[in-house]
Design a protein around this ligand. Structure first.
Ligand code: NDP
Length: 449
């Protein structure tokens, strides 16, 4: 039998790669990881974690304004200092980088802090030497992608936003997906004059149509939305950016952020030395076991373009490690994976939208409610909340739960368990609510839309 330097060589120490390494090592495998940039990947460094910290910062805007109706004075005079936020965020991210590295160290994983390139089905070149492994796992993630148009180089991506030295006074955000909606919300609440340009008429393609309509209306109270529009050109005049729109309009701004999607980071990885099939966007094609068309090479996380979510990458990495080194043979279900968009108010959803349910052939009943939170009876805040249940008429199973409300993700996580257990509308109905909460609405909806 052929001897290898390692049982598993993982390229990329992000969510999926670190989880796979740790689990593989815990089952006795000899593991190495190569990471050329930062430990923890996108999520820890330029994604979920710092974004959520920025989102907390933005929420204080409403908290201060809301407090007056409850008898507090002076809070609305609070001022915001962006460099303090960025500095404190950096300290926390550095701490997390250290934790990720120590997870690898504590599991006796060999770390190469440099770029690895695949040189054959069982070999990589790293630090100028060839290293062999029985299995190779590609977990390199993705990178922001910006369309090309005149002046598109002036646009920054979410990566640069985390390092901005100064908060702009005026920003234009291009796109209507997760990142665009979240950052536009954050900037607007931090006091930046915010414009969002999106080529469709409702934000967040792929979400339930009523959720899209609701959040589009909510967000339009905080910023200027340029819907069914696109940026055609950006010019720079001294320090001012002149953003030309397809509709003929022009916006003057200090910063343009393109949040137009991400692409797998598969170039210059040595994939042309092996038989790994790529999608048209450069993603790695894998089978249900995350095995590529080169049998010794696996891939997980954003690079396989299934669901670009940290918990999904963790689950994929763990599944492969257990399969290869513990003989486990589980499959990962992509059904009922809850997700949240941290805009204002938050959106969280699990299961099918009404439109997805109908396209899948279900006849559905929908229960919909729109209301003002109890808190806002005294705060005077005009923010509204929205909830929707999508129910299969035939089986009474709840197919989808959609919530647009503060901390929606905290609420929907528990309902994801219920949906995974096959909960019916009757199960929801016999559940006693917690009063007074927003979440009780989800178990007290009796009238079909
Ligand atoms: P998305 O795919 O969500 O959104 C990209 C947006 O850019 C879409 O609105 C898209 O329009 C638009 N777009 C694409 N190409 C062009 C173009 N040529 N011109 C104009 N607009 C364009 O990507 P994001 O970058 O927002 O996020 C990447 C992924 O990261 C998400 O899909 C999600 O899986 C993950 N993520 C998850 C978060 C969370 O869990 N909270 C937070 C942030 C990211 P259209 O809709 O018409 O295609």
């Amino acid at each position: 039998m052929q001897d290898f330097d390692f049982d598993l060589f993982v390229i990329g120490a992000g969510s999926g790669g670190v989880r796979a390494s740790r689990i593989a090592a815990s089952h006795g495998a000899k593991v190495a990881v190569a990471e050329e940039r930062y430990f923890g990947g996108t999520c820890v460094n330029v994604g979920c974690v710092p974004k959520k910290l920025f989102s907390y910062a933005a929420h204080f805007h409403d908290d201060f304004a809301d407090s007056a109706g409850f008898g507090w004075t002076g809070a609305t005079k609070a001022t915001f200092d962006w460099p303090t936020l960025v500095r404190n965020k950096d300290i926390e991210i550095k701490r997390l980088n250290g934790i990720y590295k120590s997870i690898l160290d504590n599991n006796a994983v060999t770390i190469y802090e440099s770029r690895a390139r695949i040189s054959g089905p069982n070999s990589v070149v790293v630090d100028g030497q060839t290293v062999t492994a029985k299995y190779i796992m590609v977990a390199v993630g993705g990178w922001p992608w910006v369309p090309e148009f005149p002046g598109s180089d002036y646009a920054v991506s979410s990566n640069e936003i985390f390092e901005l030295e100064q908060l702009p006074e005026r920003i234009v955000v291009l796109g209507g997906g997760y990142i665009a909606v979240e950052f536009a919300s954050i900037f607007a609440r931090l006091g930046v004059e915010t414009h969002l340009v999106y080529r469709r008429d409702q934000l967040l393609k792929g979400f339930d149509d009523e959720v899209r309509e609701f959040i589009t209306a909510e967000m339009s109270r905080d910023m200027t939305l340029h819907m069914s529009d696109d940026i055609t050109q950006i010019d720079k005049n001294n320090n001012e950016l002149q953003v030309k729109l397809q509709s003929g309009g022009e916006i003057r701004a200090d910063l343009v952020m393109a949040a137009t999607g991400r692409r797998p980071l598969t170039s210059d990885l040595g994939l042309d030395n092996v038989n790994v099939q790529l999608s048209s966007t450069g993603g790695i094609e894998v089978n249900d076991d995350y095995q590529t068309s080169e049998p010794s090479i696996y891939a997980v996380g954003d690079v396989i373009e299934r669901m670009e979510l940290t918990p999904v990458a963790l689950a994929e990495g763990q599944l492969v490690a257990r399969k290869l080194f513990a003989g486990a043979n589980q499959a990962l279900s992509y059904d009922n994976i809850a997700t949240a968009v941290f805009c204002h108010p938050n959106i969280s959803t699990v299961g099918l939208s009404e439109q997805q349910a109908e396209s899948a052939g279900y006849q559905v009943d929908c229960y919909v409610s729109q209301f003002r939170q109890l808190k806002h009876t005294l705060s005077g805040n005009a923010e509204k909340s929205f909830i929707k249940l999508v129910v299969d008429q035939e089986s009474d199973r709840v197919l989808g739960v959609h919530v647009v409300a503060p901390d929606a993700g905290e609420v929907v996580q528990g309902f994801a368990v219920a949906l995974n257990c096959g909960a019916t509308k009757a199960d929801f109905d016999r559940t006693i609510g917690i009063h007074p909460t927003m979440a009780e609405e989800l178990v007290t909806m009796r009238t079909k839309r």
